[in-house]
Design a protein around this ligand. Structure first.
Ligand code: ZN
Ligand code: ZN
Length: 353
């Protein structure tokens, strides 16, 4: 069944999926349903499976070539035009991805707007063969780049130099960049979403590298932590603890598992040694057209895993008072009986020069 048909089967009223400039989730929804990559388009899916794609002149030719929906040209002011077209109708919109101003415009034009959540996301969370093939290619390229990175000299170079090295490697292989690459040495790594800077990397520290590429629209996401030269026993112990947590998380990933339980499994080894407060973020997130999507693995998650989900498993330890941070992240596919690692670069503590 087509993606549009599967969405239609979930609908009580027509759903308008709007991809506006800056609203990545809406754009990903339009792309998922129609194949159109655009920063100004919308698709209206009717409960009977009819789909109409609205976009402006810049995307018209590509939209028509897709052949998956009726295409209607709108002016650049897409939402105003949709208000005119849909006046008097009861229409669902994605409450989490449509700006308030756009809802107001539709309502003022006389559209009866119904807020809906999670419909397209629930479909996107289960990857089909083509999506999985793209994610596998992205993960394989990520493995190659991490392997090449591990042969590079770290000491004496800045975090930003290595960021550029990683991103250039992805680009040279024909891929895009999924998110701003993180290279975080020593104290920089004590912040989970570290801001790489001009800090020169010195021997004796850990360096966390979190990087992802985009292949055919689909993202990879992988983190490895490297030791620069000889590191202290303390750093080795913390690394071993983080790896225990990561393996416990991987072992808990299975169809039917609750996101919060998988998260808890990874937390247990860290809490046992009293470092629970150093692991302050969730275990993982779904990855696909977006680098953060459904389902999520964290303490408040109500998601239940199913075969075809692609999620990250990424515990970390952050001790700012000691200037220490580390994280280990794999991208995995939920299978019929557990999970398959898509990122396969080794996870024992690797020493770089
Ligand atoms: Zn990551
Ligand atoms: Zn991640």
């Amino acid at each position: 069944m087509s993606r549009v048909a599967r969405l239609a089967a979930l609908l009580e009223e027509p759903l308008l999926v709007i991809g506006l400039p800056g609203i990545e989730a809406g754009q990903a929804g339009v792309r998922y349903l129609t194949g159109l990559a655009s920063s100004n388009s919308a698709v209206l899916v009717e409960p009977d499976g009819q789909a109409t794609l609205y976009t402006d002149f810049r995307y018209l030719h590509r939209a028509r070539a897709l052949g998956v929906a009726d295409v209607v040209e709108t002016p650049r002011g897409l939402v105003g035009a949709l208000g005119e077209i849909l006046r008097g109708r009861r229409i669902g919109v994605e409450a989490e991805h449509v700006p308030y101003a756009a809802v107001r415009t539709l309502e003022e034009a006389g559209v009866d707007v119904v807020p809906r959540t999670g419909l397209v996301e629930s479909l996107r969370a289960v990857k089909d063969e083509d999506e999985l093939a793209a994610i596998r290619r992205a993960a394989a390229l990520s493995d190659e780049v991490f392997a090449a990175l591990s042969r590079e000299r770290f000491s004496g170079r800045s975090e930003l130099e290595l960021v550029w090295w990683v991103e250039r490697s992805f680009r040279e292989a024909g891929a895009g960049i999924a998110f701003g690459t993180i290279v975080a040495a020593g104290p920089t790594g004590a912040s989970p979403h570290a801001e790489p800077g001009e800090r020169t990397i010195e021997p004796g520290v850990l360096v966390t590298v979190d990087a992802g590429c985009v292949v055919d629209g689909y993202c990879s996401d992988c983190t490895r932590t490297f030791a620069v030269g000889e590191v202290s026993e303390r750093l080795r112990e913390l690394y071993a603890l983080c790896l225990d947590a990561q393996l416990a998380g991987l072992a808990a990933v299975a169809p039917g598992a609750h996101g919060r339980d998988v998260d808890a499994a990874s937390r247990a080894p860290i809490e046992v040694v009293g470092l629970g407060s150093a692991y302050g973020h969730g275990l993982g997130h779904g990855v696909g057209l977006q680098v953060h999507e459904a389902p999520v693995l964290r303490p408040e998650s109500s998601d239940v895993l199913e075969p075809g989900n692609v999620v990250t498993v990424e515990p970390g330890l952050y001790l700012p008072e000691e200037g220490i941070g580390l994280r280990i992240e794999d991208l995995v596919l939920v299978t019929e009986d557990g999970c398959e690692r898509l990122t396969r670069f080794p996870k024992e503590l690797l020493t770089v020069a």
